[in-house]
Each structure stands twice: as structure tokens, then as C-alpha cells.
Design a binder for this molecule. Structure first.
Ligand SMILES: NC(=O)C1=CN([C@@H]2O[C@H](COP(=O)(O)OP(=O)(O)OC[C@H]3O[C@@H](n4cnc5c(N)ncnc54)[C@H](O)[C@@H]3O)[C@@H](O)[C@H]2O)C=CC1
Ligand SMILES: O=C(O)/C=C\C(=O)CC(=O)O
Length: 367
């Protein structure tokens, strides 16, 4: 075995009902005197309650998915004017993304308090969208110094959004199995993340208020993000990056919809890791139980149980968008991928994902 693996250094504070205490601890530990809190309007009350006892110098709620450049610049200017020395972001990946955009140009440290399962809090990747083009980059400056996970804060996440967001996390796991820098360590994190997320999402569908399932989802989303940060972006992320940045499709739902098609393309070319993934995605049971042995089939079963998103058309993507999307995806495609990446294969994949086409169930026939 020979590989190089880089782990990112962060403090992770995990505990249900502990966010307030953990935030105060970190504000004191970091010696901050001017805290900026980023939380979008719907999460403002959540952030306010969580920040009780902290002297906040600046509240900021102008948040949007994919971090439009003009919003990043407005937030950067406000942070500079208020002489902010610490950013606390409370919310989904969009709030974390805006905090990272400020950190990128100012170096102000970030404490992230995630309330979805996007996982941005555990990566050193930033993303900013200018016009119709989303640019991403890797910079350790944007990695939050501390992540505070509190399952109580994600209890209000609606079930539908919890499923999409959890499948966004699952996409990090699955893409990490064959992304350009995949190695045995990030594969181990990814498989355990896939197990935790699959089990958590089944639990959330059964009972959205189930605190244990919410904790498993946060645990899984951290592992997912840590594996993704280490393995880099594979084909799945490159596709979703174009669909989100150029066509403004919603992030989590797009990841959730595209994932089975990328898995169906790649799994047959990597049977060993595919069978390990199938076990992770299945319900717990003996290894020789009659669950699917093939990862694409196992994902199909999970998607049916969750009633997961299935059609890009539901989010505004159109057949006439496919040629431009294919051109943009091929221009950023990863240097290696298990399945064949050509104009034809990506056109087929997007055509199938547009209306939830037949090729997905056919490829993923359940035993
Ligand atoms: N840089 C990175 O490593 C990563 C970045 N991202 C970025 O994150 C963004 C997407 O993040 P998401 O979390 O999917 O979306 P989001 O942050 O836009 O949140 C989705 C929706 O959930 C609502 N919400 C959040 N927490 C809630 C709660 N506890 N209860 C009820 N509603 C709640 C928000 O108000 C929003 O309407 C994209 O811009 C994406 O590019 C996502 C993953 C990794
Ligand atoms: O937009 C970003 O912050 C950069 C990366 C991602 O969104 C990763 C992903 O596609 O989930």
C-alpha cells in the first residue's frame, strides 16, 4: 500500500443541547471582542437563542446559495467596517459559504454551527458565483477553526430537506471512493459516513424528531465532509457544481437527484468497493442476508424508502440546457473516473436524471 493522506486540523465539539455553551467557550478561548454572526432570516431566532450571553457586534442575514460575489463583497465590507475578529455562522451550507468568503480575503477565523448536513464546515473548500459561473478553490484559511454540532438545532429541518441534505452528505461519501485523491483512509471515513447517514435518514423518515437519528446524521455528515475534503471532487461533484452554479439549481436536491446516475455509471467498474458500499447502504443485518450486493441496487432501495428526489426537471432544469451543461462539465471533469466520461455518457446521464429515466431502475434492478 502506498499513498499520501492529509487530515485537516479542526476542533469538533459535539453534543445535543450544548451549542450555546460551546459557542461561549470558543468565543472566550479565541479571545474575540468583535463577533459577527451570520444566519439567514429563517434561522435568525435559532441563532439568537444559541448566541445568548455573547456580545454580538454585527448580525448578518443576506445569505444565498452558491455565494453570489456581490453578496460576498457586501459582507466583507461590513465585517471590515465593524473590525470583526471572529465569525460565528449558524445555518446551512450557504451561511458557512458566506463566512468562508469573508475568511478568504480577511483571514478572520470562523466558528461554524451547522444546521443541515451539507458538510461545508469540515472542508477547506470555498465557492463563489459570479454571473453564471461558480468558482471553487481550496484554501486552509477558510477552514472553520471550530465546528459545533448540536442535533437539537437540526430537529426543525423539514423531513424533505433533511433527506436531500443527508443525500448531499452521502454524495460526498460516494464520490470520495474514487475521487482523484481517494485513499484507504478517506474510503474508510466515507464508508462509515455512508452507513451512519443511511441509517440516520431512515430514522428521520420514521420520526423527524428522533434526536438519536439527528445525531447520527450530523456524525455521518462530518465523516462525509472529512472524506470529501481529503479525496477531492470526483465526477459527481463536478456535475453538481455546474448545475448549481450555471443553472442555479438547489444544491442539496441536485446532489440527491444526480447521485444514483453517477453511481450507476461508476459502480460496475469498481466491484470491490461497490460491494462494500452496498453493505454500508443496507439495513443492518448478517452479511449473507438477502439485501442487494451491488451498490447501485442498494442505493435504489434506500431512495425508495426515503422517497428521495428523482427529477432535475422538478427544479427548473430543461432538456435544452443539457448541451451547455455537458460542455461545461467536460471542461472541469476530474482527471480520472471509473466509468467512461464522454460527451455521449454525460449527455445520457443528464437526460436520464432530467425526468428520472428508466435506465436508473434498469441498471439498479433489486434482487
Ligand atoms: N464548500 C463546501 O465544502 C461545501 C459547500 N456547500 C455549499 O452550501 C450551500 C448549500 O447548503 P445547504 O445546507 O444545502 O443549503 P442552505 O444553507 O441554503 O439551506 C437550505 C434551506 O434550509 C433552511 N434551514 C437550514 N437550517 C434549518 C433548520 N435547522 N431548520 C429549518 N430550516 C433550516 C435554510 O433556511 C434554507 O432555506 C451551497 O451553496 C453549496 O455550494 C455544500 C457542501 C460543501
Ligand atoms: O460552493 C462551494 O462552497 C464549494 C463546494 C461545494 O459546494 C461542494 C459540493 O458540491 O457539495
Amino acid at each position: 500500500m502506498e499513498f499520501q493522506h492529509v487530515s485537516l486540523a479542526q476542533r469538533i465539539l459535539f453534543g445535543a443541547g450544548k451549542a450555546s455553551a460551546h459557542i461561549r467557550l470558543e468565543v472566550n478561548r479565541l479571545g474575540s471582542r468583535k463577533v459577527m454572526v451570520i444566519a439567514s432570516k429563517p434561522e435568525h431566532h435559532l441563532a439568537q437563542a444559541t448566541l445568548a450571553g455573547v456580545n454580538v457586534a454585527l448580525w448578518w442575514d443576506d445569505v444565498a446559495q452558491h455565494v453570489p460575489l456581490e453578496r460576498a463583497e457586501a459582507a466583507r465590507a461590513a465585517a471590515a467596517q465593524a473590525e470583526i475578529d471572529l465569525i460565528v455562522c449558524v445555518g446551512g451550507g450557504s451561511t458557512t459559504g458566506l463566512a468562508k468568503a469573508i475568511a478568504l480575503t480577511s483571514g478572520i477565523p470562523v466558528v461554524a454551527v451547522p444546521t443541515t448536513y451539507a458538510g461545508s464546515e469540515a472542508t477547506n473548500m470555498w465557492g463563489i458565483t459570479e454571473g453564471r459561473t461558480k468558482t471553487t478553490g481550496i484554501d486552509d484559511t477558510v477552514l472553520p477553526v471550530t465546528v459545533i454540532y448540536d442535533a437539537e438545532l437540526s430537529r426543525t429541518l423539514p423531513t424533505k430537506l433533511s433527506i436531500s441534505s443527508g443525500l448531499n452528505g452521502l454524495a460526498h461519501c460516494i464520490d470520495s471512493l474514487w475521487a482523484p485523491k481517494a485513499d484507504p483512509i478517506n474510503q474508510a471515513l466515507a464508508l462509515e459516513g455512508a452507513r451512519a447517514l443511511s441509517s440516520a435518514l431512515r430514522g428521520i423518515v420514521d420520526n423527524p424528531a428522533d434526536l438519536e437519528a439527528r445525531e447520527q446524521a450530523l456524525y455521518g455528515c462530518y465523516l462525509a465532509a472529512a472524506s470529501f475534503a481529503s479525496a477531492g471532487s470526483g465526477l459527481h461533484h463536478k456535475i453538481c457544481h455546474v448545475l448549481g452554479g450555471t443553472f442555479d439549481l438547489p444544491h442539496a436536491e441536485t446532489h440527491a437527484t444526480v447521485l444514483p446516475y453517477v453511481l450507476a455509471l461508476n459502480a460496475p467498474a469498481v466491484p470491490e468497493i461497490s460491494s462494500r458500499l452496498a453493505v454500508a447502504l443496507g439495513r443492518p443485518g448478517p452479511l449473507d442476508s438477502d439485501g442487494p450486493k451491488d451498490a447501485a441496487a442498494a442505493l435504489n432501495v434506500l431512495y425508495e424508502e426515503l422517497d428521495a428526489p428523482a427529477r432535475l426537471a422538478d427544479y427548473g432544469f430543461q432538456a435544452s440546457d443539457i448541451p451547455e451543461a455537458v460542455g461545461r462539465i467536460l471542461a472541469v471533469a476530474p482527471p480520472s473516473n471509473p466509468g467512461t466520461v464522454t460527451e455521449e455518457s454525460i449527455t445520457g446521464l443528464l437526460t436520464d436524471a432530467l425526468y428520472g429515466a428508466k435506465s436508473f431502475p434498469v441498471l439498479c434492478t433489486v434482487d
